[in-house]
Design a protein around this ligand. Structure first.
Ligand code: G3P
Ligand code: CA
Length: 298
């Protein structure tokens, strides 16, 4: 059953594997997704980019060089770009390559030699791997930037879900789907397309906009069922959790990693604090095996 907050089972804390079990296996590969399921994740998160030929693929970055061997396979196809600190660098945008070309790349060796041979997955391959075993929590990456290139990511995502019969709440009880985005317009677009799935609005602590207030939460509720701030936002503004609940929004925090810092001895203690003392509903974590199922250590 869906709660009044729109998406999570009543009283249950929810474990979302961030890019798969990405502390232990290369993010967004079959190895990371399978391990997340073995470790008991309730949902697996794919970030979605689009290829030159319009296929949704599971990648966090809009460029290929961090998580694949694209520099070696296609040395002459990098573009020159000015980085955030003014340095000139070469990047290999996902959208410059067809799916066939991307499938030539190795997406695992960068993480460790035992993962050599892992491939970039299409969203369809991700669905096939996870369906029946966990929920799916796709994030539409950079929809405005892709719209300028002629790609309608909300529509591509919604059509993929329809094709798989996963486009309605409760369509497959073993595989609930929740869609997330940092861009309000892409969530509004999904609603206009007729999507009735739970939608979660992400908020970055470095660009929080004017959403972090009781009125801001009520405005989010017009187009989303949940809010997902960076945990730093909740540290700075703890009342935010109550404002979200009062507006009828669930609260999901990102991101919890094994190199936890600050006052917490480890990632499990950190997740326990936010889930049970600050009363958030769900967390995105690279360590789904460390998710605390109860408020006190076992
Ligand atoms: O989607 C939640 C969290 O994953 C957002 O950050 O950059 O890891 O996609 P990012
Ligand atoms: Ca994400």
């Amino acid at each position: 059953p869906l709660t009044g907050l729109g998406q999570y089972p009543e009283g249950k804390k929810v474990n979302i594997a961030h890019r798969g079990a990405s502390a232990y296996a290369p993010e967004h590969t079959l190895a990371a997704y399978r391990l997340a399921i073995e470790q008991g994740a309730d949902y697996v998160e794919p970030d979605l980019q689009v290829t030159k030929d319009g296929v949704l693929v599971c990648l966090h970055d809009a460029t290929l060089e961090r998580t694949t061997n694209v520099r070696t396979v296609y040395p002459d196809r990098g573009r020159t770009e000015t980085g955030p600190t003014g340095q000139i660098r070469q990047v290999w945008p996902v959208v410059d390559f067809t799916l066939d070309e991307i499938k030539q790349l190795d997406a695992g060796a960068w993480f460790g030699p035992q993962f050599a041979g892992e491939k970039v997955l299409t969203f369809q391959e991700m669905i096939d791997a996870v369906r029946g075993k966990a929920g799916i929590y796709p994030e539409i990456k950079h929809p405005a930037r892709y719209a300028a290139l002629g790609f309608d990511l909300p529509k591509l995502l919604y059509e993929a879900l329809k094709k798989n019969g996963l486009d309605r709440p409760g369509a497959d009880p073993r595989t609930p789907v929740i869609i997330q985005s940092f861009e309000a317009d892409s969530l509004r677009r999904l609603r206009r397309l007729g999507c009735r799935l739970p939608l979660v609005f992400l908020i970055d602590d470095e660009a929080p906009g004017d959403w972090i207030s009781p009125g801001g939460m009520r405005r989010i509720r017009r187009f989303a069922t949940g809010v997902s701030p960076s945990k730093q936002i909740v540290v700075r503004q703890p009342e935010m959790v109550g404002w979200a609940r009062a507006a009828g929004l669930s609260v999901t925090l990102y991101t919890f990693k094994s190199n936890a810092t600050g006052e917490f001895p480890d990632v499990e203690a950190e997740m326990r604090h936010f889930l049970y003392e600050r009363n958030v509903d769900a967390v995105f974590t690279n360590n789904p095996d460390r998710f605390p199922r109860q408020g006190r250590p076992e």
